[in-house]
Design a protein around this ligand. Structure first.
Ligand code: ATP
Ligand code: MG
Length: 266
């Protein structure tokens, strides 16, 4: 069912680099879109990987989330359709890397994105889910994402240092809850780049589940080369090869995510 009064805004965040944030935003977004949900991905990372991965070339980005955050442009002015039906993107550009500095002395600098999302007006009805692809820092952009979000999905790479930095992330979410957004919570923790044949992956999964319990999604995302190839074809893996193990895992994640959403509202 589409058309909620206020879309669910969910950040995909982990200050650790390369853990699968963008891959998760794109493929969870595409998997949700394939079930008929209307999804907007907000690319809040100056690297612009979500934008490129969804076919918005660097050259074609005249306007971006930089203009929204710094120049108060409307999100609706920068939204682009993708080749996936029901999936749109608000792209970023490299100048977003200077947003932290530019906003440093501005009032309300932590709620720029929240205000912009509120200004979506009647167009809010277009979206069931807004997924924010966060940069690999806990700087002002990520704080803006948290201020605007109902919840946070945290991808964790199934490797030795998986839990490193997680306490810092949880503390940051707690700080945000105590100051600018008292309803934010962790939506779920997602193990990514999992290798079932590798004892270390298995041990890490045990460790993460023991420490974080119910927060951890049952679904794990395997290491799968198709997931890393797809962006160079400007497509979600879900479309590039919908039968590969990575695509199947993200479809399973979307189903689990939707069940959890339902449980929360009933
Ligand atoms: P950054 O912190 O730089 O924004 P990120 O957390 O968004 O990174 P991704 O860009 O999604 O991480 O993934 C990092 C790299 O790993 C990319 O090259 C991506 O294609 C690849 N990758 C992500 N998930 C998987 C997977 N499950 N299997 C194989 N490769 C993957
Ligand atoms: Mg990324």
């Amino acid at each position: 069912m589409s058309g909620k009064l206020i879309p669910n805004v969910i950040s995909v965040a982990n200050q650790k680099g390369g853990v699968g944030k963008t891959t998760t935003a794109i493929n969870l977004g595409a998997a949700l879109a394939s079930t008929g949900k209307k999804v907007l991905i907000i690319d809040l990372d100056a690297q612009g990987n979500a934008s490129t991965g969804l076919g918005v070339s660097q050259k074609s980005r005249q306007t971006s989330m930089y203009d929204v955050i710094v120049n108060e442009m409307l999100i609706s002015e920068i939204i682009r359709d993708t080749d996936v039906s029901n999936l749109s993107i608000a792209p970023s550009t490299t100048d977003l890397s200077s947003a932290d500095l530019q906003l440093a002395n501005i009032d309300n600098r932590t709620i720029k994105l929240k205000n912009a999302i509120m200004k979506l007006g009647g167009e809010k009805l277009n979206w069931d889910y807004i997924l924010i692809d966060c940069p690999p820092t806990l700087g002002l952009l990520t704080i803006n994402a948290f201020a605007a979000s109902k919840s946070v999905i945290v991808p964790l790479q199934a490797e030795f240092f998986a839990l490193e930095g997680l306490s810092q992330l949880i503390l940051t979410i707690r700080d945000v809850r105590e100051s600018i957004n008292n309803t934010i919570k962790i939506e779920g923790i997602l193990l990514t780049m999992y290798d079932r044949r590798n004892n270390l992956s298995v041990q890490i999964e045990e460790d993460v589940r023991q420490n974080l319990g119910q927060l951890v999604y049952e679904t794990v995302i395997p290491r799968n080369v198709r997931l890393s190839e797809a962006p160079s074809f400007s497509l979600p893996a879900m479309i590039y090869d919908h039968k590969c193990a990575g695509s199947i895992a993200y479809q399973k994640l979307a189903a689990e995510f939707l069940v959890r959403q339902k449980q929360k509202t009933t």
